[in-house]
Design a binder for this molecule. Structure first.
Ligand SMILES: Nc1ncnc2c1ncn2[C@@H]1O[C@H](COP(=O)(O)OP(=O)(O)OP(=O)(O)O)[C@@H](O)[C@H]1O
Ligand SMILES: [Mg+2]
Ligand SMILES: [Zn+2]
Length: 331
């Protein structure tokens, strides 16, 4: 996957920070060791000295092989003494080496000219964070989702008891997040304003991110205007980048479907996003105030058969919690 220059710059700086941190920590450990066991400092100095010394003698015409042999023996003895001392003080064998986040590449991000897996992960994480930074991802979780807002008396329109029904919705969403895998089902959250659709979809996002998946949360109006400006704007580097993320992330949360400014372009863009993900078996959670009939009217029958046919519908019922909370605040 291609990333923007900002993402590469950010990841490069993070790698540099990791290396600096590893060096600083090593320096601290080394000084601590010198304090508790001054002999280790002498050994380290001698090790440096003998290698410099051997080099000098070779230049002066000494027998290279013999010199190297002497050097090797001397340094082996010193190294043995050093490792015995580390053991004596109950310190790990690698105490005097850098402790990198990634041992494979020593936090350089490269192995033999190839991008290391740690760098790939960092790039991915950085790109997702950048896309998600405008969303209220951290504010909603299963823990802050309360069933207390849903009435325990029968709802006339649906014949259901909102409290009991929403309890089962909550359970379903927790299970969905718990068992999430790259090919989980897609969901359609439907219902009036303030019933917890965004709250629960963000709770799922949070749990799925914690499992290490790449999740993107977007609201339909935001993402569509972004796609539009990317497509018709003149930043060549950016072209197609967002689209690729929307198509390839492990879980896409498309919130507020139907509230975007409607044009021919936006309705076909919505169809394409959903369709591409369905074809490639990647899960999407869509939230909307629209009924099935309204979706059909806005986006056409083709879209409707896709959405209704392939997504698991989850209805949200109850009273507008946004308003309830507003009233509570006023009291
Ligand atoms: N069960 C709940 N417990 C606690 N807070 C809730 C609950 N449901 C919703 N809220 C809060 O109420 C507000 C509105 O909820 P939310 O945004 O999830 O509604 P929505 O169904 O997405 O509405 P809309 O259709 O207008 O987007 C948010 O601040 C949310 O955190
Ligand atoms: Mg919402
Ligand atoms: Zn690495």
């Amino acid at each position: 996957m291609g990333y923007s220059r900002e993402v590469y710059d950010f990841a490069g700086k993070e790698m540099e920070q990791r290396r600096i941190f590893a060096e600083q920590e090593l320096e601290k450990r080394r000084n601590r060791l010198y304090e508790i066991c001054p002999r280790t400092r002498e050994i380290e100095r001698e090790l440096i000295k003998i290698s410099a010394c051997a080099g000098k003698r070779v230049i002066m015409g000494a027998d290279v092989r013999k010199e190297l042999e002497i050097l090797k023996n001397k340094s082996l003895i010193l190294q043995k003494e050093l490792s015995d001392l580390l053991e004596k003080y109950n310190l790990p064998k690698n105490y005097l080496e850098e402790w990198y986040v990634c041992d494979k590449c020593g936090d350089t991000g490269n192995i033999d000219g190839k991008v290391c897996s740690c760098m790939k992960n960092l790039l991915k994480k950085t790109a997702y964070e950048q896309l998600n930074k405008i969303s209220p991802l951290s504010l909603c979780s299963f823990e802050t989702f309360s069933l207390g807002y849903y009435p325990s008396s029968k709802d006339n329109k649906t014949g259901k008891i909102p409290f009991e029904y929403m309890q089962s919705v909550l359970k379903f969403c927790k299970k969905y997040a718990d068992e999430f895998s790259g090919d989980s089902h897609s969901l359609l959250f439907q219902g009036g304003p303030g019933l917890g659709k965004t709250h629960l979809s963000l709770s799922i996002a949070q749990a799925v991110i914690d499992k290490g998946y790449g999740v993107i949360y977007v609201s339909a109006p935001n993402i569509l205007s972004r796609l539009e400006s990317e497509r018709f704007g003149n930043n060549a580097e950016r072209k197609g980048e967002t689209e690729q993320f929307l198509n390839e992330c492990d879980l896409l949360i498309l919130d507020d479907l139907g509230t975007e400014f409607q044009t021919k372009y936006t309705s076909s863009a919505v169809y394409n996003i959903i369709n591409t993900r369905l074809i490639t078996n990647r899960p999407t959670i869509i939230s909307t105030n629209l009924s099935g009939k309204e979706i059909q009217e806005l986006y056409g029958a083709r879209m409707m058969s896709r959405i209704i046919g392939m997504l698991d519908r989850v209805e949200f019922i109850g009273n507008d919690i946004r308003q309830i909370k507003r009233r509570e605040r006023k009291k």
